[in-house]
Design a protein around this ligand. Structure first.
Ligand code: SAH
Ligand code: SF4
Ligand code: F3S
Length: 436
């Protein structure tokens, strides 16, 4: 590998925080004078920004590396970033030919690592330095109408199944002022909506101020029409944040609040530190503050020791809550986590069947929520082109995708009446245009 790369391609897997990190890595490379390649096949440097959350996600990195080999036997320079880089480190280079391994807290050093690798050998940095990487990143320049902004990283909760506390480190909140500055830069760069991100975003705090104080500050930024946040932990759902849902107009009526299981026995084994009932009581308070809120969650089926009754408890919780949307996963044992050593593994075919039943129940709830939207008049933030001529796709306040034919532009907010609903999206017709 003699010549330094001139073009790059970043491919992100996993959560939205990886998407954010991937954008920032791209900006770092652009600052070095590199240009973005159309695809991985034509890039001099490919950054695989990886996810370690489940076994399948982790294995993906190795199949992706294999696919980067070209017919003539050459390959691009390969940098493995993200949570697999943090978890497996130099081990990755033993399994596959890669040039750079860089962890999620060290990627501000990516340009240096790439230069080092261009001279030959593996360049590795999986440090978790006390000084944050954010100060070393270039300012935001060009973004779409809906942008991500990481405000909190890491996790101290140590759910027994989860790798995040190990791959992302301890909970750290970015400084208030730095976040407000980045939010303003994002708005100047074209953002109308900002989604605040964190592995436990509602654990954000500074000098006793919580996420609600940050949201109230961002609400005052001119040109910022919508604020969202994800992912939250039930134990950090303060009354202040719940009140913000009643009081802050730009805070969208949507809450992603993972619960994982409806069974107290399993929640205890997962070390979730909340019960089924305490979770439901939180949702009661959220709904009291914002009756139209769309609720979302995450579920794991097939956790060690999960009985039929435990699973029925999860199904009944789904029915009780009436989620607008939810993610569900089959438990995947992760090396180094306490649950990986637990007995009473659930047989694969039982877990598969539970996942299917749960997904069907969640799908029904989502279809019902969407059907309930028909006839509603709401504002849609237009985000991208649709397949048909003149068609654009945007998001409702409740994070539903809405298709409509309009002569408005991407980035505009239009008032729409919802005319029909499918399981995954809605169709609307424009009523009165509001100024963007
Ligand atoms: N911090 C967030 C979630 C981060 S991981 C929270 O606590 O809610 C995203 C989701 O992946 C989790 O909510 C969980 O549902 C799922 N997940 C995490 N570890 C998993 C594992 N070992 N097997 C299957 N699903 C897992
Ligand atoms: Fe993982 Fe639990 Fe932390 Fe979420 S709260 S990131 S599931 S350890
Ligand atoms: Fe995956 Fe790391 Fe996000 S493990 S889900 S990329 S925090």
């Amino acid at each position: 590998m003699a010549t330094p790369p001139k073009t790059y391609h970043v491919k992100s897997f996993g959560c939205q925080m990886n998407v954010y990190d991937g954008e920032r890595m791209g900006e770092l490379m652009a600052r070095q004078g590199m240009s973005v390649a159309d695809d991985a096949a034509s890039a001099d440097l490919v950054v695989l920004n990886t996810c370690h959350i489940r076994e399948k996600a982790t294995e993906k990195v190795y199949s992706e590396i294999g696919r980067l080999r070209r017919d003539d036997g050459t390959r691009p320079m390969i940098a493995v970033a993200g949570c697999v880089a943090q978890a497996e480190g130099a081990e990755i280079a033993r399994r596959a030919k890669v040039d750079v391994v860089v962890g999620p807290q060290a990627y501000h050093n990516l340009p240096d690592l790439v230069s080092k690798a261009a001279k030959g050998g593996l360049a590795l940095d999986t440090d978790m330095p006390a000084a944050s990487k954010f100060g070393a990143l270039p300012s935001r320049r060009r973004v779409g109408p809906s942008a991500f902004l990481t405000v909190q990283e890491g996790c101290d909760k140590f759910c027994t199944y989860c790798v995040v506390p190990y791959t992302r480190g301890a909970e750290v909140s970015r400084p208030f002022d730095a976040i407000v500055d980045e939010a303003k830069a994002l708005v100047d760069a074209g953002a109308k909506e900002i989604t605040l991100l964190g592995q436990n975003v509602n654990a954000w705090e500074e000098d006793g101020r919580g996420l609600d104080a940050l949201i109230r500050a961002l609400d005052r930024i001119e040109g910022l029409a919508r604020i969202r946040y994800t992912t939250s932990h039930p134990n950090d759902m303060t009354q202040g944040l719940i009140d913000a849902h009643a009081q802050v107009e730009t805070l969208m009526p949507y809450l992603h609040l993972p619960v994982q299981s409806g069974s107290d026995r399993i929640l205890k084994a997962m070390n979730r530190s909340h019960s089924r009932d305490s979770y439901l009581r939180i949702l009661d308070r959220v709904r009291a503050a914002r009756p139209d809120i769309a609720l979302s969650g995450d579920f794991i089926v097939g956790f060690p020791g999960e009985t039929d009754q435990d699973f029925e408890d999860t199904l009944s919780l789904v029915a009780d809550v009436g989620y607008a949307h939810a993610f569900s996963f089959k438990y995947s044992p992760r090396p180094g986590t306490p649950a990986a050593d637990m007995d009473d593994a659930v047989e694969a075919h039982v877990a598969d069947e539970r996942l299917q039943r749960l997904q069907a129940a969640i799908g029904e709830g989502q279809a019902a929520f969407n059907a309930h939207s028909v006839g509603r008049r709401c504002e849609i933030l237009l985000e991208r082109k649709g397949r048909r001529p003149g068609q654009l796709i945007g998001k409702s306040p409740w994070l539903q995708s809405v298709h409509l034919v309009t002569d408005a532009a991407i980035g505009d907010i239009v008032t729409v009446e919802i005319e029909s609903a499918g399981p995954n999206s809605l169709a609307g017709v424009e009523r009165v245009r509001t100024a963007a």
